[in-house]
Design a protein around this ligand. Structure first.
Ligand code: AGP
Length: 370
């Protein structure tokens, strides 16, 4: 059994460690030799179609939905096209406004999620071009989509998705850069700066993995709690949502992810002495605001752990109880690193509580009923 898990105790831990390879494999062959251009010859989407896109709808479930939240900020930042995120099971029933100038992006690790497949059909029925980001080439979603951008994460066995999510972020970045080139929204220098930063990600993930003992210790602390909160702004908020889902599904600890500035509109009432709050503080442009939100929870007795970059840690440690440092990358790419910390946190919390990490109760790897 350990042989098929590559010497790891669980598939989830193995898959977390496979992320540097998944990043490289998903990027391989999709960047030109000069390193200043993304090439996606597999796409049917024409230059003309890309130029005409008026809006993007990203539709998915669970972790794939959470990847889409980051995807939205990537596409909006890089291409300046309005993007909406939809939960696949909701999409159809809200009569979405889809036109032939809408690009629908469905995201699915398995390519078999029934709700996501139904959303794909809904998009096509309304004349949209549907692009699937999936990990399984021969899946139903891959077969029916107008375009497929494959993530090369390799088979994902653990119910809790890890390397598929981060590979989806890589795929979104590549797609965003590709569209930006066609629409002229990023300069060649900007593109090559982002691509250079992307090439550094696999090693930066290794740096995080090398610190897993520290995360394990913190996971053991939080495993004694019944409720906790994740807070963040911008992309940090999107990552907070993924961290919260991961923790819930395998450790069964209740958690909520909150946009840091929204806490005081209700949720702050739940903060009392000793409640753990995990504050993602990697988005520089809103750091000061996040710090004031951290102070709000601290003042109510929360026990705060911050995830941040080296340069901010001294400052932050004035307001938080502990901090975890992640390597520095561009703001656009920070989710691909910070989430690894939260994956390890969920893993070790589940382990500390003695749960079946790879097969959490009530859940299936792919949900083929609507
Ligand atoms: C992830 O950890 C979950 N098990 C789940 O949310 C999953 O991401 C969701 O069911 C979507 O699956 P898919 O990517 O295969 O479509």
């Amino acid at each position: 059994v350990t042989a098929e898990k590559g010497g790891y105790e669980h598939f989830m831990l193995k898959e977390i460690h496979e992320q540097p390879k998944a990043y490289r494999d998903t990027m391989r062959g999709r960047i030109n030799a000069e390193g200043n251009k993304v090439i996606l010859p597999e796409l049917n989407l024409t230059v003309e179609q890309i130029k005409n896109i008026r809006n993007v709808q990203i539709v998915a479930c669970g972790t794939a939905y959470n990847a889409g939240l980051v995807g939205r900020s990537l596409i909006e930042t890089l291409v300046r096209i309005p993007v909406e995120n939809d939960i696949a099971s909701e999409y159809r029933y809200r009569s979405p406004i889809v036109t032939p100038e809408t690009l629908v992006i469905v995201v699915s690790q398995s390519g078999e999620t029934a709700d996501t497949l139904a959303a794909l059909r809904e998009g096509q029925a309304n004349g949209a071009h549907v692009l699937a980001i999936t990990n399984v080439v021969g899946s139903s979603i891959a077969r029916e989509a107008n375009d497929v951008l494959v993530t090369l994460a390799g088979p994902e066995i653990a119910v809790a998705s890890t390397k598929a999510y981060t590979s989806q972020l890589i795929a979104f970045t590549l797609l965003g850069l590709y569209m930006a080139e066609v629409r002229g929204t990023q300069t060649e220098e900007q593109v090559s700066e982002i691509l250079t930063a992307m090439h550094a990600l696999p090693e930066q993930v290794e740096e995080i993995l090398a610190q897993k003992e520290a995360i394990k210790n913190y996971a053991e602390q939080i495993s004694k709690h019944k409720h906790l909160f994740f807070i963040g702004r911008g992309v940090d908020y999107a990552v907070a949502q993924e961290g919260s889902l991961k923790l819930k599904e395998i450790s069964y600890i209740h958690s909520e992810a909150y946009a840091a500035g929204e806490l005081k509109h209700g949720t702050l009432a739940l903060i009392e002495e000793g409640v753990p709050v995990i504050a993602l503080a990697t988005v520089e442009s809103v750091l000061e605001k996040t710090v004031s939100n951290i102070k709000e929870v601290k003042a109510r007795g929360a026990d705060v752990m911050a995830i941040t970059h080296e340069e901010h840690v001294t400052d932050l440690l004035r307001s938080v109880d502990q901090a975890f440092v992640i390597p520095k990358t561009l703001p656009l790419l920070t989710a691909t690193l910070s989430v690894v910390t939260l994956q390890l946190l969920a893993y070790y919390a589940s382990l500390a509580l003695g749960h079946d990490v790879d097969k959490p109760r009530n859940l299936a790897k792919s949900v083929t009923v609507e």
